[in-house]
Design a protein around this ligand. Structure first.
Ligand code: MG
Length: 226
């Protein structure tokens, strides 16, 4: 096993816990109710992808969306963490994309099915380099942006989150134990839209970092028929 260097959390972290509809304007653009409790779902760790490798469009989707999000990297394990102690369990952050097969998600929602195919395919979780906690003194004061082919699609600010980072760490830890290396995706601001093969996505945290990914079709044939 790789050494447990928190700056390379994506190589060994075991959970990616995602929060849906955490910005009211985004919930409304997809015609969802604004939640009174966090909406949670998971991605498998094989969803991670780093700069230099492409985001792959699943073969079964024709409407892949970007969602730029602040990711929270857990540095100390815990369960039932009180909100006042939540930040002691945070090692740092990462800029993340919650890539979403929107057509598949819509079909799952209408049939009452889980979102796994829409949210947890290979390369559905592009992440930036690790950002130590000290570089973001207040996770509720972060500006995020995303461009597709140089055109701004998303600009958001974490002050507009419905549920704050300490609240989410505490809430999630009541349901499932948080472990070192886990990543929490805190939801996306409005402006989500489709990307296509050969598009270039650039995203950033104002004054801190940028990251760039290209989009390609997933081309390989399954090794066994399902
Ligand atoms: Mg999302």
């Amino acid at each position: 096993m790789a050494s447990r260097d928190i700056a390379r959390f994506w190589e060994w972290g075991r959970k990616i816990i995602c929060v849906g509809r955490n910005y009211a304007a985004h919930a409304k653009e997809l015609k969802n109710e604004v939640p009174t409790e966090p909406v949670l779902f998971l991605k498998a760790p094989c969803a991670y992808v780093k700069e230099g490798c492409p985001i792959l469009v699943p073969r079964y989707s024709t409407n892949l969306h970007h969602e730029v999000e602040l990711g929270v990297v857990i540095g100390r394990a815990g369960c039932a963490i009180p909100q006042r102690a939540a930040m002691e369990h945070v090692a740092g952050y990462a800029l993340c994309l919650d890539m979403t097969a929107r057509d598949v998600q819509d079909a799952c929602k209408s049939r009452g099915l889980p979102w796994t195919l829409a949210k947890s395919f290979d390369t559905s979780c592009p992440v930036s380099d690790f950002i130590p906690k000290e570089r973001i003194p207040e996770p509720g004061d972060v500006s995020l942006w995303l461009e597709v082919n140089g055109v701004v699609r998303q600009r958001g600010h974490t002050a507009n989150m419905i549920f704050s980072v300490p609240y989410l760490v505490s809430y999630i830890s009541q349901i499932m134990s948080l472990e070192e290396g886990d990543l929490i995706l805190t939801g996306t601001p409005e402006g989500v839209s489709a990307v296509r093969e050969h598009d270039t996505l650039q995203a950033g945290i104002h004054d801190l970092l940028t990251m760039t990914f290209t989009v390609e079709k997933r081309s390989e044939v399954p090794s066994s028929s399902v």
